[in-house]
Design a protein around this ligand. Sequence first.
Ligand code: ATP
Ligand code: MG
Length: 573
Amino acid sequence: MATDDKASGNPASGNAAGGEPGRDFIRDIVQADLDAGRVKAVVTRFPPEPNGYLHIGHAKAICLNFGIAEEFGGRCHLRFDDTNPTKEEQEYIDAIERDVRWLGFDWGKHLYHASDYFERLYGWAEDLIRAGLAYVDDQSQDEIRTNRGTLTEPGKNSPFRDRPVEENLDLFRRMRAGEFGNGARVLRAKIDMTSGNINLRDPVLYRILNAPHPRTGTAWKIYPSYDFAHGQSDAIEGITHSICTLEFEDHRPLYDWCIANLNVPSKPHQYEFARLNLTYTVLSKRVLTELVRGGHVTGWDDPRMPTIAGLRRRGVPPEAIRDFIKRIGVAKANSLVDVGMFEFSVREALNKSALRRMAVLKPLKLVIENYPEGQSEELDAVNHPDNPAAGSRKIKFGRELYIEQDDFMENPPKKFFRLSPGMEVRLRYAYFITCREVVKNAKGEVVELRCTYDPATKGGNSPDGRKVKATIHWVSADHAIAAEVRLYNPLFVKPDPSGAENFTADLNPNSLEVLGGGRLEPALADAKPEVPVQFERQGYFCLDPASAAERLVFVRTIGLRDTWAKDQAKEKA
Ligand code: ATP
Ligand code: MG
């Protein structure tokens, strides 16, 4: 069985952006199987363990499995590999279903659970015992580990390895009945303790675990190992292409051994691809769980998390994730993808879809001295510069405005073209203004600008060909709504954060920046979660779902440009 090795012989064939879309070595295999008639209808599956939320790495596996099924007219199952009840929870099951749907995929009626197959798996385990291919081992976990040997040393046979079949059957049934404590015994496959592949050194098939299961309750006192459940579940479901990540390549001979020795309804073939790794990001479920439990983030859906739920809350649209996955392609060699590539896809999607609005994140008051007190007017502002169909809106203008603190400098360097004393700039959609005077507080900080406007420049148009070097955004002080604005930076400071043991050392202390005094144009009162708008000149933002009417919170999906990476580089230089 282990001779079918098409995938391993195939070099990396990712379709980097620009390459022919929709082609990679797995799709080539699928096509060849269909052409040769080896496979009539393609059946794939996405098999998450419900022990955490899905992240962007899972999105790669989801897009691959559901994508292939769609493209080749087959089907894709969603199967929970729920063999470890101590780590699995209903919350995760619900979140996984929600997130796969949100990404745009549908399993129809093909929702399955490894736990649906517990009885059949148990029967197959007894078959292996009867065939002399499995035995109950009484060694402790430590002894089993020690006797397994190492990469350079062969393992040692268990003293229980040659138990008679009847004794094995009797003990295994009593394990099932709950007669023994957790860890007292295991069922192991009898393969080869000297195999060069450690996975074949009599792997554990069943362990005693007196723990309730989200689906089967207290029915079971023993649970199959992931390795024993996984391949057989694929066989039961008639999976034609069992697609998984590279770390399971060494497990394939074990899966094939089980399939060859059991009376299963079909024989799946496994193909491995490289998992997604992203710079400044950790995609290990263990670390993500630690981040949540340790309070380093506010939850699985914290917008800084690389989880689907976090990205969604942050305003990343599903099409941006799908586009990114398409661009990086599928290959057989592990690599580290620049998170900038992901951000590119997000900006591409949002630039097209997001309506434009004005918002001031760090307000500085600006008074237009020659604008009549108590007066206001409405100006036209377009909703999307490249999409006339998005229409326009009216924005209120008055004597008192807010502009961004960063758009003013009292003593500007040569190339600063925004507002400074004596300088004329355009207020977007409004008028040309000139700064006449700077008001400071007792500490010497600038707290207000006194300006004049030119009424002849209404709409921001110059009547006499007069040029200004900058256009800045603003909001009307009397009409603006208040909001907290949260800016996010990568959770980790290192491009390649260290492993699970030491991840806290690499956490970015500035991953969240809260701006409490944001002032937004009134149209933003209608903003909806998950529908980002562009705050002009700032980036893409959306309403946080936990926002309340009396305290609006906006989160930054992404800046307009990748300034963070640049700042990092500068710091290093
Ligand atoms: P663990 O097994 O430690 O719980 P996991 O991330 O492998 O973590 P699973 O729920 O087993 O979690 O993953 C489901 C599927 O998603 C598997 O087929 C796995 O290979 C795939 N997958 C997980 N992480 C990535 C990744 N970073 N890139 C691509 N595919 C991934
Ligand atoms: Mg896994």
